[in-house]
Each structure stands twice: as C-alpha cells, then as structure tokens.
Design a protein around this ligand. Structure first.
Ligand code: GLN
Length: 195
C-alpha cells in the first residue's frame, strides 16, 4: 500500500513522521510534486503558515497540493497545517494564500500575545476516553464553519479547535508532540476507508 506523506517544507514534520513510525505506518516526507503522487494521505504539520505557503509556491507544490485536496486525498492539518487547509484566513500575512478545502474561516494567532502557548485537556467525543492533552502554540481558532464541517472539539468557551470535513481533518493544536496517537490513528482510518 502507498505510504502516508508528511509535507516537509517547514515546521514540525519530523514529529509527525515519528508518530506514524510508532504506529507502524509507512510515512515519507513530501518535498516535491513527485513525492505527492506516491502517497495515500498527507499531513500538513505545524510551523508558520505564511512561510509554508511561500515555500509551497516556490517549489511548485501549491497547485499539486490544491489538486490533491480537490481530488479527495485525505489530508490532516495541524495548527499551521489547519490554516493552510482553510478557505479563508483572518489576520493573515500580506499576500498569504492557502490551499483551501475546509469551508471555514480561521483566525491566525487567535490567542494573542498574552497567551502564546498553553496546554489543556480536551474532550474529543470521536476519540473516546481519556481526554486529549492538547498543546496550543501560537494557535489558530476556527471562527466560522460551513454546513459540511463537523466540529470534533471545542474549548470550554466554545472556540472550535478540531474539525473534519469529508477527507479533511484539522486541529488547531499539536497532537504530534504529546505522545498522543489517536488523531493519527483516526486519520489512518480515514485513509483506509477513503470514499
Ligand atoms: N502561528 C502559526 C501560523 O500562523 C501557527 C503556529 C503553529 O503551527 N504552531 O502559521
């Protein structure tokens, strides 16, 4: 079977590769359009979305990535990766573009400078017990969701931080850095049962 790809232009792609390795799933870094053609699913990691955007265009990956999302490739975006998958972004850097796919509006750095990073335990009913220990680092928040979007988790104040739409999965936080594997397992299941 085809490996999972992890977009490896920038950000914490190594951590995602390590989670797949822990789960015994074949995963490869994706840096060129040829890499993308080989994969059965793709993770877009955390990092800095404006830089990832620039690099993806520079390396000729932006259009292949958009086509892959549109064709129904399962894609999991964490933090900056979620921003990359949003149709609309608030507080974007000048000229910043996204791949789109999620019918949502996401706000970058939504927790402000007072609270750059924090950790909390999140209920994610789709993943069962126990709660997910979630690390937020200059994280975005989902401020508008279209009808096709399922909310997987929100903070106590109602701010949406995990979503799913068709073959897309997104979290505002970083399950790849806490020893949490359930989001990756959930994603692998989406890849297996790809519509
Ligand atoms: N603030 C970053 C951005 O706008 C995201 C941070 C992260 O991925 N941890 O892309």
């Amino acid at each position: 079977t085809a490996p999972i790809g992890v977009l490896a232009l920038q950000g914490d792609f190594r951590e995602h590769l390590a989670v797949f390795e822990e789960l015994g799933a074949d995963a490869i870094p994706v840096r060129r359009p040829e890499d993308l053609e080989r994969v059965s699913g793709l993770v877009i990691p955390g990092g800095e979305s404006s830089v990832m955007d620039k690099l993806s265009r520079l390396f000729g990956l932006a259009d292949p990535l958009k086509s892959a999302v549109a064709s129904g490739l399962p894609v999991f975006g964490t933090c900056a990766g979620l921003i990359m998958l949003a149709d609309s972004v608030l507080d974007a850097i000048d000229g910043q573009q996204t791949l789109g796919g999620f019918d949502v509006t996401v706000r970058r750095n939504a927790f402000g400078s007072q609270l750059d990073s924090f950790e909390t335990d999140l209920d994610v009913p789709a993943l069962g017990e126990p709660a997910v220990h979630a690390v937020f680092i200059r994280a975005p928040v989902v401020e508008r969701v279209g009808d096709a979007v399922t909310v997987l988790s929100a903070l106590d104040d109602g701010r949406i931080v995990a979503i799913e739409q068709g073959n897309l999965l997104g979290t505002a936080f970083h399950p790849e850095i806490t020893g949490e594997t359930r989001f990756h397992e959930y994603f692998l299941e989406k890849v297996r049962t790809r519509a």
